[in-house]
Design a protein. Structure first.
Lengths: 183, 493
């Protein structure tokens, strides 16, 4: 065998070696990428949300807005208190409700309800909302995020499960529209 | 000591790195660079070492679990011997490191070190700045308290504004649909493995480039950088007037580094660790989240941007900013190095420094945030109630009870969101006050639905008393003109 063929044989083997590694790396990368993006997988058929109860609807006095809390429908055992999510429940009359996310529509800080002035105020950048959740003043571009809700078997149910942000609001808003159209 | 020499010889026979170490240590640098201006980079490096050491020690105790992280911080602060000091060292180290990185960056920029042939070193430096900021933000998250929780909410809200990809990106950032245990684990992995790994590799590259290309010489006005001649000139300068890095220059680096470590230790011992504040329990909504010092300017900026500008600025400005930093050595890679002949460079640094400083200062008292407990916590100054009619006092009660005070200060106490009202009667007439209260406007909510007519009357009659002694109340110009024209009898309206 001449030196020439010896070299090309070696270089072929090296190229094969590179190719083999690329193939194996790609094969291994598929499950790794799948794992990395697993948080994008929806928790159930309906997405990352589920209907959960805030308790008997009669516990919310008519004409008032009260803070309620629920345990997020999808949790890990090590979530601790972070999975206890608060929301503002406004009982307009009878079984007519509005359920607001506490997260300001600006940057998500927790808004506080002031019953005396009938306003929600945000401690971060001073966003203010009226009792019906519509924007009153400050930097938010829109009103408070609202949960889909219904009264079922005497329980106030809301559809919850993900952090309300401008990205999820389109979805929430679409649901709201549909509910109001249907109802 | 002979055994030590022998040991080193034995090791070097096998490792064969003694030559490289000696070459690095004794490589010649321009004499002009052995100055106190060139110590900030090595200072930041030494603080990084401190951060790695204290970080590892903290990780031995810290529990990266949504349910237990806060408790483990309490143990570190209160139960474990000197746990508080380690946390304080790490926290103060973080502040010092960011400050030194920024000072170092300004210094190399003003000394023209980003120019040919050190472009790559500048770019590595930009990435190092971003990683340092990344470490500061992820570190703030690991201090898993209320501020961390709501800070993540702000991060998620900003991410959510990305068009089309916002939703998935938020889930990716949080490791799920809400801020919870997986969010913390994810940020732990970033803070402890991913970013430090990158950071250390980039520091290696950064240092290697300083050795290979040579440290930037002291810039002399009028000595221009040209691609064709620079390398030769630099070599000549080093040959003619070079000194070995060790010991001519390094002693200043060593002094400064030790001073910085001492400063971190003193700050840590005197003011202790940062937080944690309240538990990361979102149902505790009586909280006013505040970012850490180095992100305070962003907090201020976000409250001043007009709503329609926010999303573009949040998403596009960082891209432009980082892009400009990365492209800088290619846009201005030649020519004058000295800051004395680069007025635009100096002006840019000054404008940025003043802007960031002003925003940070504003964030320290956050005039845009309502004072959430002013209505119940700050009593009205008594001089505003003395000798007032029952109606006016009733109005004062309405003023407090309707949370007006949360945004409007009286007697120096209360929110700064709206104007202080101590002299409101001198520039608003009764009608204007009623209109403003009922309809709102100019960043004030409308109170029409939430005030009874009697309450409005009382409130406005109180507001009309708010003027410094001796100053006339505001008058409607058209009415006053009419009244002079008609000359009504005194007492008539």
């Amino acid at each position: 065998m001449s030196e020439q063929t010896e070299l090309s044989r070696r270089s072929l083997l090296m190229k094969l070696g590179i190719l083999f590694n690329v193939v194996v790396a790609s094969l291994v990368a598929i499950p790794i990428v799948g794992y990395l993006f697993s948080s994008l997988r929806r928790n159930n058929a309906e997405g990352s949300e589920a209907w959960i109860s805030l308790g008997p609807f009669t516990q919310f006095p008519v004409g008032q807005t009260r803070l309620a809390a629920y345990r997020n429908p999808f949790v890990r055992p090590w979530d601790g208190t972070t999975a206890d999510i608060p929301c503002w429940v406004r009982r307009i009359e009878g079984e007519q409700f509005q359920v607001f996310a506490v997260n300001c529509a600006h940057l998500g800080c927790p808004v506080r309800w002031f019953s005396q002035s009938g306003l929600f105020m945000c401690p971060c950048h001073g966003g203010v909302y009226y009792a019906d959740g519509s924007r009153a003043s400050g930097p938010p571009e829109r009103g408070l995020f609202q949960y889909r809700h219904k009264v079922e078997g005497g329980q106030l149910m809301i559809k919850a499960g993900q952090l309300p942000t401008l990205a999820t609001h389109a979805q929430l808003f679409a649901h709201q529209g549909r509910t109001s159209c249907a109802g | 000591m002979r055994w030590l020499t022998k040991l080193i010889e034995w090791l070097d026979q096998r490792l064969q790195i003694g030559g490289a170490i000696r070459a690095s240590a004794f490589h010649r640098v321009p004499r002009s660079t052995a100055t106190w201006w060139y110590v900030f980079g090595s200072g930041a490096l030494v603080i990084l070492v401190l951060q790695v050491v204290t970080g590892i020690l903290l990780a031995m105790v810290y529990v990266p679990s949504g349910a237990q992280a806060w408790n483990s911080l309490q143990v570190l602060n209160h139960d474990l011997t000197l746990g508080w000091f380690l946390r304080a060292l790490h926290g103060w180290g973080s502040n010092f490191m960011l400050a030194l990185v920024l000072i170092h960056m300004v210094q190399v920029f003003l000394f023209g070190a980003h120019k040919y042939p050190r472009e790559l070193n500048w770019i590595a430096g930009v990435f190092l700045l971003l990683m340092t900021l990344g470490m500061a933000f992820t570190g703030q998250v690991l201090r898993f308290d209320q501020d961390a929780y709501w800070g993540l909410g702000i991060g998620a809200s900003i991410t959510a504004r990305v068009p089309f990809l916002g939703g998935p990106l938020v889930h990716l950032l949080l490791g799920g649909p809400i801020i919870a245990g997986e969010t913390l684990s994810r940020f732990f992995a970033l803070h402890v493995f991913v970013i430090p790994g990158l950071l250390i590799s980039f520091v290696g590259l950064h240092l290697l480039l300083v050795l290979k290309v040579g440290i930037n010489e002291w810039p002399v006005p009028g000595r221009l950088v040209r691609r064709e001649t620079y390398l030769k000139q630099y070599e000549e300068q080093v040959r003619k007037d070079g000194v070995p890095f060790v010991p001519y220059a390094i002693w200043k680096d060593m002094m400064f580094a030790a001073a910085m470590i001492l400063a971190v230790a003193v700050c840590a011992a005197v003011s202790g660790p940062f937080g944690p504040s309240g538990q990361p329990d979102p149902t505790i909504i009586q909280t006013a989240p505040r970012p850490d010092f180095f992100f305070a300017w962003l907090y201020a900026l976000l409250s001043f941007l007009p709503p329609q500008m926010e999303t573009p600025v949040l998403l596009i400005a960082p891209v432009i900013g980082i892009g400009v930093l990365l492209l800088l050595p290619f846009l201005a890679g030649e020519g004058e190095k000295s800051w004395r002949r680069r007025p635009i460079a100096v002006l840019t640094v000054l404008v940025l420094a003043v802007s960031l400083g002003t925003l940070t200062h504003l964030a320290s008292y956050a005039p845009w945030s309502p004072v959430m407990n002013a209505w119940s916590g700050s009593p009205l100054p008594t001089q505003y109630l003395k000798g007032r009619s029952p109606l006016e006092r009733q109005g004062a009660l309405v003023f407090q009870d309707k949370q007006c005070r949360n945004c409007h200060a009286l007697g120096g106490a209360g929110g700064l969101r709206g104007p202080a009202l101590d002299s409101v009667a001198t520039h608003l007439t009764e009608d204007q006050m009623i209109r403003q209260v009922l309809q709102g406007g100019g960043n004030m909510p409308a109170y029409g639905k939430n005030l009874k007519p009697a309450e409005v009357t009382a409130l406005v009659s109180f507001l009309e008393t708010l003027r410094p002694a001796g100053q006339v109340p505001a008058r409607d110009a058209s009415q006053s003109q009419m009244s002079t024209a008609e000359r009504p009898a005194p007492g008539q309206p």
